[in-house]
Write a protein that binds this ligand. Structure first.
Ligand SMILES: Nc1ncnc2c1ncn2[C@@H]1O[C@H](COP(=O)(O)OP(=O)(O)OP(=O)(O)O)[C@@H](O)[C@H]1O
Ligand SMILES: [Mg+2]
Length: 254
């Protein structure tokens, strides 16, 4: 059984069909890339999967369950978590605190009871802190655990977003342009990190990325969108040589 399925997912904004009858399928453990030129509808696909928008038509299935139109908070509880194209961290909280906040979703403790120092909440908060530190180690940020997130360089903020998403213990992790703004060294480290998240934690990854080299090196299968529609889908070796993909990226090295 597939983990995630989109069946002819479509969304219209007024007269614009941002995503037009898109169908793809991810199996457990996949490293799947979603690419396409600016405005192709990639982030909108994430918004459909995570319940930010309900599709105009079509169906989305997760673990065999119809999640079409399910609101975002419920989607996160079902095991899908994402990062955003524009970083959304709590700037004045430390790296560790940002990850702890992500973890509250999975625990009985609410942020409110933790702030009131209820005994059960204190124990759970300690566990969450421990887990958060492990996640900071995973993304190599344990040395900046107590630094305010807004004081971190951009590349580290992007990695912190991944750690925070991982704190919800997702089965499926959606990354929206995780390598944006990173230098080649940071990109290489990120690539290893995402591989590790899949290999060691068994998390399935769906990733949007403009850096072709990054996508081709990381993903085992790639789906290409253009003007909201599928133009190709397959392994990197096929995508790289697909005339429709080359045309969509006119002049860019694929
Ligand atoms: N809430 C909305 N209302 C109206 N139009 C929208 C909305 N969200 C997205 N769009 C439009 O849908 C199209 C696809 O946008 P989307 O953000 O999904 O593109 P993208 O592939 O992620 O592009 P980029 O690579 O630039 O991030 C664009 O034309 C965008 O303007
Ligand atoms: Mg986008």
């Amino acid at each position: 059984m597939s983990l995630l399925r989109l069946d002819e997912a479509t969304i219209k904004f007024g007269g614009l069909v941002a995503v037009n009858s898109v169908s793809f399928e991810l199996n457990q453990g996949d490293l799947f890339g979603l690419i396409g030129p600016n405005g192709a509808g990639k982030t909108t696909c994430f918004n459909l999967i995570t319940g930010v928008y309900a599709p105009t038509s079509g169906m989305i299935t997760f673990n065999g369950r119809n999640i079409t139109g399910t609101p975002s908070n419920k989607i996160a509880k079902l095991g899908i978590c994402r990062t955003f194209q524009n970083i959304r961290l709590y700037g004045s909280l430390s790296s560790l605190e940002n990850v702890v906040v992500g973890g509250f979703l999975r625990h009985r403790t609410t942020l409110g009871s933790a702030l009131c120092y209820l005994p059960g909440a204190i124990k759970e908060t300690e566990q969450l802190k421990h887990q958060a530190l492990e996640l900071l180690k995973l993304v190599d940020l344990d040395d900046v655990a107590n630094v305010r997130s807004k004081d971190l360089p951009y590349g580290k903020q992007r990695r912190l977003e991944i750690a925070r998403a991982m704190a919800t213990q997702p089965q499926l992790l959606l990354l929206d342009e995780p390598a944006a703004g990173m230098n080649p060294q940071e990109k290489m480290e990120l690539l290893q990190m995402v591989k590790k998240i899949r290999d060691e934690l068994g998390v399935t990854v769906l990733l949007i990325e403009h850096d072709m080299k990054f996508v081709m090196n990381l993903c085992e299968r790639i789906f290409v969108l253009d003007h909201g529609e599928e133009i190709a889908q397959g392994p990197p070796s096929e995508i790289r040589n697909d005339p429709k993909v080359i045309a969509a990226y006119l002049g860019e090295a694929v």
